[in-house]
Design a binder for this molecule. Structure first.
Ligand code: ADP
Ligand code: MG
Length: 395
């Protein structure tokens, strides 16, 4: 799960990570009022979407940039009216872009240096890792590719936690000394606390800035939370903005289905993540393109199968469906009944190939073969993949 920058600021405040004051606005009037409330003539207005690269982004209406620096409240309102309700395309959103529903007005900070700071979970070392760079503000992916030596990594022992000497090492590597090093150490210490306390899998501050006055401030924030730990954080779940998520994935999560939309035309409905991966692989191997990853879970119910079909069929790119179920916990005949009921209810018109294996497989296959619906039965994974790729090609 991700949150918006204005929501991240609330977490920053709670954990003592310094960042300029910001107020969210959903209309031009609210933006103007927010600018007045913040006061002064050094303001910034920023589009709130779950994607970075806003500064260099372009709106589909031609308006350039998702980050602007108004000098007056009236100008802030004017800029807000150009952003709200418009679609912002950045290098992270893909061509479709993201609809901007809200903007944030904040104090604009004077910037002397722009640094990069992130905390992530690192699989390889099975520990958190702090990633930092003197080359903040711009495209960090480009820095990593062209000058990888400028990316600093500090692994943190998962039990011992962040140590003072590790903070000093990081500060020195970022060429921070004296009071700035102290401010930086405190900020990173608090950010690390936040990272652990909120079960984040990523926090990224780009840029982390040093002001001419010598203060260290977070000017941007990107958060990712571990979905499996969200049950511990109702206050974070409340920040969820489902309008920023793929509607098919939102629907799937209501039924405890693991769904990820992809670009292909062959939908897969599979039980078990491993089997789902194998199914996608074999579709590709046979010359097809999977339209999704969909794991209905080991004990899939009839309701889940039906919900899964509905989600699959709501995707206009889907031209065929491959069901690949291993009846271990569930019995194949019960699954076959569920598939047939869903196919009949939804008046399926595209090819459907079903491969069943496991408990009561003979019964399950018999049900499918005897039904009036145009369901193609398959004997094994390879056979199933070939049949659906063929059926989609000739359909
Ligand atoms: P994104 O990463 O999505 O492009 P940022 O929040 O990083 O958005 O903003 C882009 C740039 O705008 C930053 O690199 C920084 O130079 C500037 N900026 C952002 N917020 C502020 C602020 N509060 N004060 C001054 N400059 C800012
Ligand atoms: Mg940024």
């Amino acid at each position: 799960m991700n949150i918006h920058e204005y929501q991240a600021k609330e977490l920053f405040e709670k954990f003592g990570v310094p960042s300029p004051k910001g107020i969210v606005a959903g209309t031009a009037e609210e933006a103007e009022a927010a600018a007045k409330a913040i006061g002064g003539d050094d303001l910034v207005i920023k589009a709130q979407v779950h994607a970075g690269g806003r500064g260099k982004g372009t709106f589909k209406n031609g308006f350039k940039g998702g980050v602007h620096f108004p000098k007056t409240p009236a100008e802030a309102g004017e800029l807000a009216s150009q952003m709200i309700g418009q679609t912002l395309v950045t290098h992270q959103t893909g061509e479709a872009g993201r609809l901007v529903n809200k903007v944030m007005i904040a104090e604009s900070a004077d910037i002397e240096r722009e640094l990069y700071l992130a905390i992530l979970m690192d699989r390889g070392s099975a520990s958190p890792v702090i990633v930092a760079s003197t080359e903040g503000g711009m495209d960090i992916e480009e820095v990593a590719e062209k000058t990888p030596e400028k990316i600093i990594r500090q692994f943190v022992h998962p039990l011992a936690g962040l140590q003072p000497y590790e903070l000093r090492k990081l500060a020195a590597a970022l060429e921070l000394a004296g009071d700035q090093a102290k401010q930086f150490a405190k900020l990173v210490k608090n950010l690390f606390k936040l990272f652990i306390a909120c079960d984040c899998d990523m926090v990224e501050i780009n840029p982390l800035v040093v002001t001419p006055a010598g203060d260290v401030l977070a000017l941007d924030a990107k958060f990712g939370f571990d979905d499996n730990a969200l049950y511990r954080h109702p206050e974070i779940v409340e920040m969820r903005d489902t309008t920023e998520e793929d509607p098919r994935e939102v629907e799937a999560s209501k039924f405890d289905l693991n769904y990820i939309g992809l670009d292909g035309n062959i939908a897969c409905l599979v039980n078990g993540a491993g089997l789902a991966m194998a199914t996608m692989d074999i579709i590709k191997h046979c010359g097809g393109e999977p339209a999704n990853f969909l794991d209905v879970g080991g004990g899939a119910t009839k309701e889940q199968v039906s919900a899964a079909f509905k989600i699959i069929l709501s995707d206009p790119n889907v031209e065929g469906i491959l069901v690949n179920i291993f009846g271990g916990i569930m019995q194949c005949d019960i699954i076959a009944e569920g598939i047939l009921a869903a196919a009949a209810e939804l008046e399926l018109t595209i090819p459907l190939v079903v491969r069943l294996e496991g408990t009561n497989v003979a019964l399950g296959k018999k049900l499918i073969e005897e039904s009036d619906l145009a369901v193609i039965s398959a004997d094994n994974l390879n056979d199933a993949a070939q049949k659906i790729v063929e059926a989609v090609k000739t359909a």
